[in-house]
Design a protein around this ligand. Sequence first.
Ligand code: CTP
Ligand code: MG
Length: 387
Amino acid sequence: MMKRSTVAILLAAGQGVRAGGDLPKQYRKVAGNTVLGHAVAALSQHPRIDHVVIVIGAGQQAIAEAALAIERNDTISFVTGGATRRASVGAGLRAASGADIVLIHDAARPFLPVTVIDRLLSALESDEAAIPVLPVVDTLARGEKMLGEVVDRNALYRVQTPQAFRYDIIHTAHQGWKGEYDPTDDAQMVRALGGHVKMVQGDAMLDKLTLPADFANAEQRLASTSETRVGMGYDVHRLVSGEELWLCGVQVPHDKGLNGHSDADVALHALVDAILGALADGDIGSHFPPSDPQWRGASSSRFVEHARDLVAARGGLVVHVDVTIICEAPKVGPYRSQMQAKVAELLAVDPGRVSIKATTTERLGFAGRGEGIAAQAIATLSLPGGF
Ligand code: CTP
Ligand code: MG
């Protein structure tokens, strides 16, 4: 089957009136990242999503870029939305034209489990539209001051986003919408035109941040389910003449430098492996194959940023990292605080969460003989549980 392109349209052009506060809610922070940053990270890191179109309010590109948890790259673009959610989706759809499948998602639902995206995309293999839903668990009733008729909740569902569509279906639904009322989602527009929308299981993590109290509740729910993960990394590179020596992203003057993959920054390689270990997500070689020419001579900083983005995509936080550089020479001490600042910057954490240490091996072994430098790292992450 030909590969179909999948574009996520992320809606972030609302004003967040009901949530209150000084900033529109998508730019506020929750669980260590902005609401928008969580949502973008989850979508852009999904292996089956090719591009993310972020729909923002006029003049908000600078604040939106600053709110992203991940490095801006060409798989992310911005478009200006409209006065209603429907108008904003329309702008997103125009920007996504040519896509085969679109996922339309509210930035106000920042905690997006991979499993929900997987279910939606699987459903789209046979259906033209799919949405995540959850059953209603409370009693539902009509009423006005006094209790009225109870509504049978068994056939009722709470509808969430992302909502997945074959592009043509949702494009036609938007084109053909007569504007009878202002729709709160897109699936109802497809339904109104007689389309079929498959329901898949949603997730409570996806509840929308709408009212002021939703922020504190989301923070608490994430904190109460979060788990601590620890990963370790180890790496060695050979010291040779005629190479630059890079350690923890800092160039250190020395008569020799490290030879190997990328810039051979042994300390950052150990650090990346520690983070990937805590994520249980392979190792540096599986993410950046040495055989791939794009990584030849690349700065290892990019690997660290990628690992950081993987943590952010899971809604996680880097709690602490501890790196030990093992060599006889050069002396690491004079560069320690520069290294600490650099690693903290790459991981987007406070320097107080970064420890850089060095040791010799009493002239024993390859490190002691100055044939190579080794590094060990331990990373402690906090990841939202069940997510
Ligand atoms: N949205 C949008 N363009 C609009 C209105 C809403 O892109 N003109 C987006 C919001 O940014 C949000 C999603 O649609 O991610 C769901 O809307 P809602 O929760 O209603 O957000 P707001 O409209 O921002 O909030 P409020 O209605 O309280 O002002
Ligand atoms: Mg709104």
